[in-house]
Design a protein around this ligand. Structure first.
Ligand code: NDP
Length: 313
């Protein structure tokens, strides 16, 4: 049970955490980055990444995150294979306690704990995840050029994903469990008016179906929850857009959050309601959710921590 002292403690090791670490280390702030439950974050559960600038050809998500972490370590970040279980942000320096029993005493804190995509939860969804099933149309839509795809969900994400996918797919079918969408009206109007999009109401996915070795999605079995009727639909891809859960449990009641549990930051900044505590990446962003935007806010958080330590605001 060791006590670690640092000027900048970073919780989370996805694109936001790693970028904050790189900038803080290069500012000689000797940051500590605590890995968390999913080292590398959401990119480690994707396959091809084609939209992170700097690579001519697609790179693999896990490889990209391995490189980011190595870069953070190379410039001087201390990386801890630990998960923070408790924080005390009532006074500075802040303290955090890891699952290992180690404690971390920090002058500033960067929260980069990310968000977790919600999944429907059936085994066939897991089986075809990355082989036709995705939770991010911006990331994977391109791979469905000229193909037919499903989008599951009825919120703003589902509507945006469906509209985005029309850029690539020939046919997009939105499947929603009720008979009305919760997405904003303007999005709904665009969706209903789009010639490539159709909606199947009152229906849930019972199973995903596909071929094995190599795994490849070919469609889904749907159930109408009003009539009980079961039907099969053909699809090359399925995008699950039933929401994300921000990983903010640790900070409840202490750091200001919105109604969905995302950390609220000052516009144009990564500052939270607590001086010296910054939030970067998907934990404070429910709109863009991209690796590159997470990296961008990670950079901002480190620069703001540096300014704060220098006596700025
Ligand atoms: P939401 O929670 O708003 O919507 C989730 C949708 O998925 C709902 O329609 C819900 O159905 C459905 N759903 C949930 N669980 C299941 C399940 N197990 N099976 C089938 N369907 C399910 O999530 P979003 O990601 O769309 O949005 C999250 C937040 O981010 C919202 O506040 C949203 O407004 C915001 N957002 C804003 C954007 C923007 O401003 N550009 C873009 C994207 C998101 P039901 O309706 O029946 O509950």
């Amino acid at each position: 049970m060791t006590e670690h002292q640092t000027k900048v403690l970073i919780i989370g090791s996805g694109a936001a955490g790693c970028t904050a670490a790189i900038y803080a280390a290069r500012a000689s702030l000797n940051p500590i980055m605590v890995h968390g439950l999913q080292p590398g974050g959401q990119l480690t559960i994707t396959t091809d990444v084609e939209n992170f600038p700097g690579f001519e050809h697609a790179v693999q998500g896990p490889w990209l995150m391995e490189q980011m972490e190595k870069q953070a370590a190379h410039v001087g970040t201390k990386i801890m294979h630990d998960t923070i279980m408790k924080v005390d942000l009532s006074k500075r320096p802040f303290t955090a306690v890891g699952e290992s029993g180690d404690s971390y005493v920090a002058e500033t804190l960067v929260i980069a704990t990310g968000a977790t995509a919600r999944w429907l939860g059936m085994p066939t969804e897991k089986k075809f995840a990355g082989f036709g099933i995705s939770a991010c149309a911006t990331c994977d839509g391109f791979f469905f050029k000229g193909k037919e795809v499903l989008v599951i969900g009825g919120g703003n994400s589902a509507v945006e994903e469906a509209l985005y996918l029309t850029n690539h797919a020939t046919k997009v079918t939105l499947i929603h469990r009720r008979d009305s969408l919760r997405a904003e009206k303007i999005g709904q109007q665009r969706l209903f008016a789009h010639p490539k999009i159709s909606v199947i109401w009152d229906s849930v996915v019972e199973e995903f179906v596909g071929t094995e070795n190599p795994n490849s999605l070919t469609g889904a079995r749907l159930k109408n929850i009003k009539t009980g009727a079961v039907s099969d639909i053909k699809a090359d891809g399925a995008f699950i857009a039933i929401g994300h859960t921000p990983n903010t449990e640790l900070f409840k009641g202490v750091v200001t959050m919105d109604a969905d549990g995302y950390i609220v930051t000052t516009p144009g900044s990564t500052k939270t309601n607590i001086a010296g505590v910054f939030a970067a990446g998907d934990v404070q962003d429910k709109i863009f959710r991209q690796a590159v935007t997470a990296a961008g806010t990670g950079c901002m958080a480190a620069l703001e921590a540096e300014r704060f330590l220098a006596g700025g605001h």
